[in-house]
Design a protein around this ligand. Structure first.
Ligand SMILES: [Zn+2]
Length: 320
């Protein structure tokens, strides 16, 4: 049997936690992100592993500006007002440029990813990390967010094919199909997800603490012409309470998933945000261990590495 390893990276800088003020909490992480991305690309290069980098569309910009004070700097992109958020969605957008506000623009990161070898895929994570499943996000709003990303990518000579939903909340799949996407990352199908409400958190903690084997996937589902490549495992950073869970639980869990995928011919899909790497260096060490196992399994002929788009193409019958 040959397993398949897929790695997707939610590339969002400050946008990912904008509505929770995370750009203040994680300032140190964000300051370090570019350096960490260079280290991660070098690590991927050393192990010859291609990844899908799902970019927040705004990061493809080098600058933007407001016409007047308080105006939305992106009136061409529809957003929503949410009862749980006091601001206009682009309120924190600095409306400046990368030199002044490097947490909000990332055209240089796109260049790094595109110049790296092996070749990586550039995917989409919405224009401004809008929660696509919120009832306030209509189909038109979803389409506007996604189309803007496609336009920005096209201006850089790229075609977007793979989609990652903010916080993995899936919605508006028909819009993905309409805009030419072939895959998305669905939520992890965990054993504890079906437990009674209060037990879910306890189940999740036990799953992590004991490094229980993560889900792998044999038959990928296609909805509205788009392949669901569900998550197997989020590589948890050692922040806050998560620091209580030892690193070896994470690497053990990933290796169990990789070996199960190799044994059964299934897909193991790992993901995280590059800003999660933070300041400790621990995550890069864990990744080196995990990627080393991928390379070992590949060398013995029981593992292959695919981007989300290449796997979707195979599922949809586009390859020999
Ligand atoms: Zn902007």
């Amino acid at each position: 049997m040959t397993g398949t390893f897929v790695l997707s990276l939610d590339t969002e800088l400050a946008w990912g936690t904008m509505d929770k003020g995370g750009f203040r909490t994680y300032r140190g992480h964000l300051e370090r992100t570019r350096q960490n991305i260079e280290s991660l690309l070098a690590l991927l290069g050393r192990h010859n592993i291609s990844a899908t980098w799902a970019f927040v569309g705004h990061l493809l910009l080098n600058s933007c500006h407001r016409e007047t004070t308080g105006a939305d700097p992106h009136p061409d992109v529809l957003t929503a007002r949410f009862p749980w958020y006091d601001h206009q969605w682009h309120h924190h957008d600095p409306g400046s440029d990368r030199q002044s506000d490097p947490f909000w623009y990332g055209d240089d990161i796109l260049d790094l990813v595109r110049e790296a070898r092996p070749e990586h895929e550039v995917g989409c994570h919405t224009f401004s990390h809008l929660p696509m499943n919120d009832p306030a996000v209509s189909r038109d709003i979803a389409a506007s967010q996604i189309r803007k990303c496609c336009d920005l990518a096209a201006s850089r000579g790229l075609r977007l094919e793979s989609f990652v939903y903010p916080r993995n909340h899936v919605a508006h799949l028909d819009v993905l199909e309409q805009e030419g996407f072939t895959s998305y990352r669905g939520p992890e199908c965990s054993w504890y997800g079906n437990l009674p409400g209060p037990m879910v958190r306890a189940g999740h903690f036990a799953h992590r603490l004991f490094g229980i084997s993560p889900p792998v996937y044999k038959d990928l589902q296609v909805t509205s012409g788009v392949v669901n490549i569900p998550a197997s495992m989020f590589l948890m950073p050692p922040d806050g309470i998560r620091a209580m869970i030892p690193g070896r639980s994470r690497t053990r869990q990933a290796i169990l998933g990789l070996r199960k995928s190799a044994r059964t011919g299934a897909v193991f899909h790992l993901w995280f945000h590059p800003w999660n790497i933070g300041t400790s260096g621990a995550m890069l060490d864990w990744l080196d261990t995990i990627f080393g196992e991928v390379a070992r399994l590949r060398a013995e002929g029981s593992m292959r590495v695919m981007t989300m788009a290449s796997l979707a193409e195979e599922v949809l019958g586009g390859t020999e």
